[in-house]
Design a protein around this ligand. Sequence first.
Ligand code: C2E
Ligand code: CA
Ligand code: CA
Ligand code: CA
Length: 281
Amino acid sequence: AKGAGKGRWCRYQSELHTAIVERLELRAALTEAVEKLSFSVEYQPIVDMRTGVAVGFEALARWHHPARGPVPPEQFIGLAEETGLIEPIGDWVLRQAVGAAARWHADRGERGTPYVSINVSARQLRTPGFVATVRAALAAADVPPDRVMLEITESLLLRDEEPVWSELSELRAHGLRVAIDDFGTGFSSLSYLQQMPADVLKIDRSFTETVASSRRQRLLVEGIIRLAGTLGLDIIAEGVETEAVRTILLDMGCSSGQGYLFSRPLRDPDALRWLRGDPPP
Ligand code: C2E
Ligand code: CA
Ligand code: CA
Ligand code: CA
């Protein structure tokens, strides 16, 4: 029995070792990716679910690993935050996304230009000069601030209100919009929510996907939608995958949504095509 225990311990040790080595390798690869800019940005349409017309696009980062191929954000955003690499990556995504918005703007003229919605991490918001960086990116691309939205996760807004909230208030004063991302996964109290410097509330996919199957979830989401209305927040449902979910959300008064029912995230040329109403190639 003792021998078997020792075997297990050794196996555990070697698995731990492998995990550490993998992590170090991933970290080295991510550092190199930042030097070589081996990233891209995809854009997922945010649509008016009544008409199917895109009102905006969410920018989503992609990492192209030389050996592993595309690495999903779940596997590198966390690491990027820990190592501080999120700052150069986030800056790059910001400039790409604002550049794309400028192209959409040029294509569509003054009317009906979609906004771009950009995920911002805790670390980026805490970097001194973040507001200036954002404003400089908009000025360089000549994009009006109301065509840009920043997505901040609910849990981040709860963690350290003061410094983060004042940055967000400043950005809003300059005309940008702020969305509370993944709403429902944190634990905002009502009084908090009322004071948050935000314009939009994004309902997390974990809520959206269940409205068609559970009455309880439906009531919950209906409550969130009503709450948003009371607080004067716009609402976007993420992860809309089926016609049934779309219909239920519309009935509840939620008209903006994104999800595979409408489109997967697209590369910029395809996003532009989507905007023009051309069928995908
Ligand atoms: P998120 O902000 O909640 O973004 C939505 C995620 O859901 C995206 O995954 C999107 O591709 C996926 N999605 C959209 N519609 C559907 C659907 O109908 N069904 C399902 N099952 N999934 C759907 P993605 O692109 O893998 O991004 C994952 C997360 O990584 C994002 O979650 C966001 O939190 C983070 N992220 C992505 N890009 C950035 C970035 O540039 N900066 C930061 N800080 N975080 C980012
Ligand atoms: Ca998001
Ligand atoms: Ca989200
Ligand atoms: Ca989510």
